[in-house]
Ligand binder design. Sequence first.
Ligand SMILES: Cc1ncc(COP(=O)(O)O)c(C=O)c1O
Length: 336
Amino acid sequence: MLDKIATIKLANLPTPLEEAPRLANKIGLSKLYFKRDDLTGLAGGGNKARKLEYDFHDILSGGFDVVITAGGIQSNHARMTAAAGRKLGIDVKLVLGGPDFQLLKGNLLLDSIFGAEIRYLVDDDANDQLTVAMEQWADELKIAGHKPYILPIGGSSGLGALGYVKAMQEIAEQIDGGKVQIMLAVGSCGTFAGTILGCKLFLPDARVIGISVSRTSEAIKMRTAEIISESAQLLNYKIDTDKMPIECYDTYFTEYGLMTKECEKAIFECADLEGILLDPVYTGKVMAGLKGLVADNVIDRSIPVLFIHTGGMPIIFSFEDELGRHARYTKIRKAL
Ligand SMILES: Cc1ncc(COP(=O)(O)O)c(C=O)c1O
């Protein structure tokens, strides 16, 4: 059934699966792999490209002429949707939440290079307000004769989550099945939901572990179960979400969008040992979580860990001050 649901090609797939032996050794794991979904393309890569392949097929086949979506000020989803819209010739409008709209940095700079029209709210916590602002904008566009498509915050829906169901099929082919512990960041829950459902279908021996960047574990479990059942319905697949294991940890963030000390350390360690860039809002927190859960014996050191690198690299360029401290004070000297 999965192959029967149409997509439009936007991502460079399959993404590589790379072993990270030096970092594995440092953390104390037998094996660590990175699934390089930071290399999917769409102006810097990331997980959302897989979801957008489903969403934009829906948009094009439905005859919509403008897409409205929403996220935080440094939303990777917003940047990738803007890039996809340009590639396919569809206008994209963004509602973003958060302060600092005076300085165009990171993803916000990229959004504006793509010419996306942006409306902002100063309180970035208010998901309801973002949705109200999207609906209001859609009404205005309808009055002006357009057919707008509202893509939910973070692109998280049953349809978009199919991108990660398919990603698990891709991983199953790359690792040849077997036991594995899959780790990833959880924000609006679509990637997590797709990963859990995809493992049920293609990697039955996998354990999926989510690291929250914004919500409590309870809230994640509820939302993830909802998305899983929406996706399963699209696939005509009967499941009881009450019986699905949804394992996530909400102790590796303080507030959405802020970098923790452990996350900062993990970013430098991963760069130093593997030449891979993590970001301060999502993947750096997952690496901090991985280290913490190994130390607490929650993760089994003898079973391979597969870290889904969901991207986020442009966010580094909105953390120049925090991340730049290290380089400035330790490695940069006047030549003569
Ligand atoms: C880099 C990165 N990783 C992970 C996530 C989390 O994905 P989801 O919102 O589907 O939970 C996001 C979401 O914005 C992201 O940008």
